[in-house]
Design a protein around this ligand. Structure first.
Ligand SMILES: Nc1ncnc2c1ncn2[C@@H]1O[C@H](COP(=O)(O)OP(=O)(O)OP(=O)(O)O)[C@@H](O)[C@H]1O
Ligand SMILES: [Mg+2]
Length: 325
């Protein structure tokens, strides 16, 4: 397998101008994505997972969201500074995204055939209508939609949540993207459907060799699906490692906290799940130094002076914590 990254995010800083002032929702995040591999991004609500994804897609809410600093190299193009029209071309067949909420991507007033057809039209302008229809039906079948031909005539609201999610996955895949960003693609769905959707993404990856960026709260899912993991905390990278390393040798106290909060089948019924004490600091009132210090069982005097740099402690294993200098 070619190990050159197809996406290289380098010190990304994404800011929002809000009424209360400027916040940096993503503040110095770096990672690589490789063809055929899955990167998991994990962290508590509000840590900047979706903002990272929207920065890569250049779909930040305008005008107050913007990339302030850093590079997002997709092959040899820097997405961070690419003109909007060139970005339009990359979205879809270069990098496609499954959004946290299916209705963000689906248009409620258009039938499925039209919405899916538009993606094909955009990316394969030479295709005629009959061929587009044929391809659409085939793709809906592939994502596990039964009676695909009939569903083509449905409006989004006529479909179940699981089916809407599948339609959105079909739309993301129609342009045969090199990278699929899946932002919490299954949290709104019941457990059986979740498993089916995840299974489907893995099958398609094996078939097409696309890379996946998989965003989730659930470390359990990360263990099963991902090759590499990025643990985010309050807009920064706490730890980055191959999945096996992260689970066998977690280093950052935040990662340790997340791991001890995973429910285990062998837990006796009375054992309580550990949760990480305290709260994520507000982006408006960040402490000097490490952002995790107020919740960290290992915090030392130096932690409140300057943010710990991200250091490499082993092969592909990076951690930003003063415990590892
Ligand atoms: N449009 C916006 N305007 C201002 N702040 C925003 C905006 N969108 C996101 N933020 C802030 O950026 C931070 C990161 O948000 P983000 O949506 O990336 O979190 P997340 O990790 O995806 O969380 P979740 O797990 O809940 O989806 C949050 O503090 C959020 O309040
Ligand atoms: Mg999110």
């Amino acid at each position: 397998m070619n190990d050159t990254p197809i996406l290289h995010v380098d010190n990304l800083v994404t800011a929002f101008d809000t009424e209360q002032g400027l916040i940096r929702a993503v503040d110095g995040v770096s990672f690589d994505v490789r063809a055929g591999r899955t990167l998991g991004i994990v962290g508590e609500s509000g840590c900047g997972k979706s903002v990272t994804a929207l920065s890569i897609m250049r779909l930040l809410p305008k005008p107050h969201g913007h990339i302030e600093h850093g590079r997002i190299m997709f092959h040899d193009q820097d997405i961070a500074t690419l003109p909007a029209d060139r970005m339009h071309a990359i979205r879809g067949y270069g990098i496609a995204m499954i959004f946290q909420e299916p209705m963000t991507a689906l248009n409620p007033v258009h039938k499925i055939d039209r919405q899916l057809g538009e993606v094909f039209e955009l990316h394969f302008p030479e295709m005629d209508n009959a061929r587009i229809r044929e391809k659409s039906v085939a793709l809906l079948k592939e994502v596990g939609i039964s009676e695909a031909r009939e569903r083509m005539n449905a409006y989004p609201h006529q479909l179940s949540g699981g089916m809407r999610q599948r339609v959105m996955i079909a739309m993301a895949l129609a342009g045969e993207p090199e990278i699929l960003i899946a932002d919490e693609p299954t949290t709104a769905l019941d457990v059986t459907i979740q498993a089916q959707i995840l299974d489907l993404m893995v099958k398609l990856q094996q078939k097409t060799g696309m890379a996946i960026i998989f965003i989730t709260h659930a470390l359990g899912v990360i263990a099963e699906l991902c090759d590499d993991v990025l643990v985010m905390y309050a807009g920064t990278v706490a730890e980055r490692a191959p999945v096996k390393t992260l689970f066998q040798h977690p280093r950052h106290p935040y990662t340790l906290g997340l791991l001890s909060a995973i429910p285990r089948l062998d837990n006796t019924p009375k054992t309580r799940l550990n949760t990480i004490r305290g709260m994520v600091p507000s982006l408006y009132e960040l402490p000097d130094g490490c952002r995790f210090q107020n919740r960290c069982p290992y915090a030392m005097a130096g932690c409140s002076i300057a943010p710990p740099p991200l250091r490499q402690i082993d092969d592909n294993h990076w951690v930003s914590c003063y415990l590892y200098r």
